[in-house]
Design a protein around this ligand. Structure first.
Ligand code: ARG
Length: 456
């Protein structure tokens, strides 16, 4: 574009032009770029910087460009470098010289900051919706299986019985912290940078509050140099997304673990499983594996952006153009992962019989037996020792606790009596009647609270 290569005699080298062009990826900022330009033109007219007629020609021209892009009729040109110049050049082509007035009191530096903030705000809104849908799926699965008791694990070793609903609500909590993080990040994204110009502010009497209002921002930036070079909001979205993907990846890992016969706790719906090209018996959890895998690339984009920023002097530097591909990919990856995993959770079949048989293995009630002895006066450490020896004895004889005779129990401690047989999975759960515990009454309240939090 002539006004950009103003003082140069030579055309840009082909490789150099391709290297610097961002249009191959920043084209997707077009709705935000056009919305920003329309608001800017209106503001310029309101302030008497351009005439009302000129603003009308410009905004109509921009509206028709939006339509061209949406109809797939717009020709993005790499030699025009980026989305901002592609749209501006087309505007001038359509409406003539008056189109050249749009860039008054503006620079691409504050323009791109605006566009990316508008994009990020929309991404956050969509992320929050999908998080809520995911939380809803967790609640529904928990409610449908409210009475299912399963082995809880530490070190992936059977530890104590818990309600499946309690296990699922642990993920609800993680998701709720993610919600908080995205809401928090929204506050710092919601800042309108136009008026910062290239770096020093603009030399026109523009109305920044009007722009903020037109574009739906609740604040305007306070420092022009910061505003054109700040990408904290990108980093914060990517950081929140990394943590959220970590949570989803943990859940994916459990889905993967629980699917095969070894655990057999769940069966994936066919719509969310894949077959093997040679092994007909397979029902593979590829979607869960991919979401675990994609977590890595989201972390990668966060590290890339932090690293890009770390050496930048004020104010705008072209390095900042590297913000976009990472952010776009993080948003796309997180949104699609949330959507597909919510669908998977919503259709998974809980295999109660296999969970029940896993429950019978692993001496899950050992802690309860120790607590039983404590209540009869034994110090906890002694009780722990007694039960440890009892477990070895039972395991050596291939018996469960329920299959040991009272005589056998008494061999380990005289404190054992008939009521030892009243220790069951149910009594173990019911005993943990403490806020945050797995007792059915507590989990029932936690479910009600979870529903209140997501608003139904
Ligand atoms: N494509 C550029 C970016 O993404 C737009 C801003 C360019 N500004 C400049 N002075 N070269 O950052």
């Amino acid at each position: 574009m002539s006004h950009i290569r103003g003082r140069f005699q030579k055309k840009a080298d082909k490789c150099a032009a391709a290297y610097t062009a961002s249009i191959p990826f920043d084209w997707r900022l077009y709705p935000y770029d056009i919305a920003g330009s329309i608001a800017h033109a209106r503001m310029l007219a309101k302030q008497g910087i351009i005439s009302a007629e000129e603003a009308k020609v410009i905004t109509d021209g921009l509206a028709s460009i939006l339509e061209e892009i949406e109809q797939g009729e717009f020709q993005f040109k790499s030699e025009l470098e980026d989305i901002h110049m592609n749209i501006e050049a087309r505007l001038i082509e359509k409406v003539g010289d008056v189109g050249g007035k749009l860039h008054t009191a503006r620079s691409r530096n504050d323009q791109v900051a605006l566009d990316l903030r508008l994009f990020a705000k929309e991404a956050i809104a969509e992320t929050l919706i999908r998080l809520q849908v995911f939380q809803r799926a967790l609640i529904d699965l928990a409610e449908d299986n409210k009475d299912v008791i399963m082995p809880g694990y530490t070190h992936l070793q059977p530890a104590q019985p818990v309600l499946l609903a309690h296990h699922l609500l642990a993920y609800f909590e993680m998701m709720q912290r993610d919600v908080d993080r995205f809401v928090d990040c929204r506050g710092r994204t919601d800042v309108m940078p136009l008026g910062s110009g290239a770096l020093a502010g603009v030399a026109y009497n523009i109305d920044r509050d009007f722009l903020a209002q037109e574009l739906g921002f609740s604040q305007i930036s306070r420092n022009s140099m910061d505003a054109v070079s700040d990408r904290d909001f990108v980093i914060e979205y990517e950081a929140a997304a990394s943590i959220c993907m970590m949570h989803l990846s943990r859940m994916a890992e459990e889905i993967i673990l629980w699917s095969p016969a070894e655990f057999g706790f769940i069966e994936l719906d066919e719509a969310y499983a894949t077959g093997s090209s040679i092994m007909p018996q397979k029902r593979n959890p590829d979607i869960a594996e991919l979401s675990r895998g994609k977590t890595g690339r989201v972390y990668g984009h966060l590290m890339a952006m932090l690293t890009t920023m770390k050496g930048l002097p004020l104010a705008y530097n072209r390095d900042l153009q590297e913000d976009k591909e990472g952010l776009f990919d993080v948003v796309d990856t997180l949104l699609s992962t949330l959507e597909v995993l919510a669908g998977m959770v919503g259709t998974v079949k809980v295999k109660r019989a296999s969970i029940e048989s896993a429950l019978q293995k692993g001496y899950l009630l050992a802690t309860d037996l120790a607590d039983y002895l404590v209540k009869k006066g034994a110090p906890f450490r002694t009780a722990h020792d007694i039960v440890a020896r009892l477990v070895s004895h039972a395991a050596d004889n291939g018996k469960s606790f329920g299959e040991l005779s009272l005589d056998e129990y008494k061999r380990f401690s005289p404190l054992f009596a008939d009521d030892v047989y009243s220790i069951t999975m149910e009594s173990s759960l019911a005993a943990r009647d403490i806020v945050g515990g797995t007792a059915p009454s507590q989990v029932g309240q936690a479910l009600a609270e979870a529903k209140r939090i997501i608003g139904n």
